[in-house]
Write a protein that binds this ligand. Structure first.
Ligand code: AMP
Ligand code: TRP
Length: 342
């Protein structure tokens, strides 16, 4: 139980909108697997309804949803232990999202930096769904009364909004119904930077494929991308402090630490003072050892899409069993007339 009396429950989501990359793996998937393996009830969602807030080709969306599911399983998520499903199969998400559209304020949404980034200069032309995106995200989490949400740094603001929505709902109706969810943003993998520019986040939208390692890359490609990663001419410093002001070196050390399950201090004790010509091959070996089996397993799983669809449908059933009573109670609190319990 949490202090407020909620059973600990982890929820997180990833959009099926293109290739999974090392940032998604270290910032999200790997940490999801860690939570599952600690025995906390874990619910993970392919957020297809979030993906369509910007245009998605239907054939690609279907493929990406299945490939993302394969990526989850290949990263160690076990459909027998965690609930894995795609968002559009559980209607309670969008039903609660409507309620939250009525709780959240325009001013709160206007402050969201992800909206500003994604809408770009022409915000008038962005979809209404893109603007309301964080209210759907709050519904994803709160329709399960989830208490903990592991995500990368970039989602922090959305999780603060989720807390604001829960607090306002509880205050407006004088209840303690929704938990005040804890973001779980910790470790060296929560902000993986581009391999070409240490000041930019590794991202699927970067036009340069050399900027990221995709989970579908084979061993040779992974090793080549690390060998070519941008660095400065100096060898690695001998102490952690020396990484300040050296964003590319810092990023490679962080990635190494996250892949090896080591702290930055431990990594520096091992590799401090080495030239990149020595460190990069070590790093390439480690990355290939950890990532190549994932891409292999993903392509194996993708050969049987019926099995993937079965896993998603089964997960959706288990998710709905938790979400439906919580939505019904929400409606009840708000005064909606509904079926009587017999
Ligand atoms: P997205 O692909 O934007 O749906 O992100 C899915 C998950 O991966 C979220 O938890 C993000 O915070 C995380 N993520 C995305 N990019 C990175 C990155 N460069 N470093 C760490 N985590 C990331
Ligand atoms: N907005 C998240 C992202 O872009 C994806 C997401 C949707 C999510 N719903 C969520 C993450 C609920 C955590 C919990 O990465």
């Amino acid at each position: 139980m949490t202090e407020a009396g909620f059973t600990p429950r982890v929820f997180s989501g990833i959009q099926p909108s293109g290739n999974l990359h090392l940032g998604n793996y270290l910032g999200a998937l790997k940490r999801f697997a860690d939570a599952q393996n600690k025995g906390v009830q874990s619910i993970y969602c392919m957020v297809d309804l979030h993906a369509v807030t910007v245009w998605q080709d239907p054939v690609e969306l279907r493929h990406s949803t299945r490939e993302l599911t394969a990526g989850f399983i290949a990263s160690g998520l076990d459909p027998a232990k965690s609930i894995l499903f795609n968002q559009s199969q559980v209607a309670e998400h969008t039903q609660l999202a409507w309620v939250f559209n009525c709780v959240a304020r325009m001013g709160w949404m206007q402050r969201m930096t992800q909206f500003k980034d994604k809408a770009g200069k022409n915000a008038q032309n962005a979809s209404l769904g893109l603007f309301a995106y964080p209210a759907l995200m709050a519904a994803d989490i709160l329709v399960y009364h989830a208490t903990h949400v592991p995500v990368g740094e970039d989602q922090k603001q959305h999780l603060e909004l989720t807390r604001d929505i829960a607090i306002k709902f509880n205050n407006d109706f004088g209840v303690d119904f929704f938990p005040i969810t804890e973001p779980v943003i910790e470790g060296t993998g929560t902000r993986v930077m581009s391999l070409r520019d240490g000041s930019k986040k590794m991202s699927k939208s970067d036009p340069s494929d050399m900027s990221r390692i995709n989970l579908t890359d084979d061993a040779d490609t992974i090793a080549r991308k690390i060998r070519k990663a941008k660095t400065d001419p100096e060898p690695l410093p001998s102490e952690v402090k020396g990484l300040e002001e050296r964003p590319e070196a810092r990023n490679l050390v962080n990635i190494y630490a996250a892949l090896a399950d080591m702290s930055v201090d431990q990594v520096m004790a091992e590799v401090g003072g080495k030239a990149f010509s020595e460190f990069k091959p070590m790093m390439a070996d480690l990355a290939v050892e950890k990532l190549a089996p994932i891409s292999g397993e993903m392509s194996r799983l993708m050969q049987d899409v019926n099995e993937i669809d079965r896993i998603l449908a089964e997960g959706a059933g288990r998710a709905r069993a938790i979400a439906a009573p919580i939505l019904r109670q929400t409606y009840e609190i708000m005064g909606m007339v509904g079926p009587r319990e017999i």
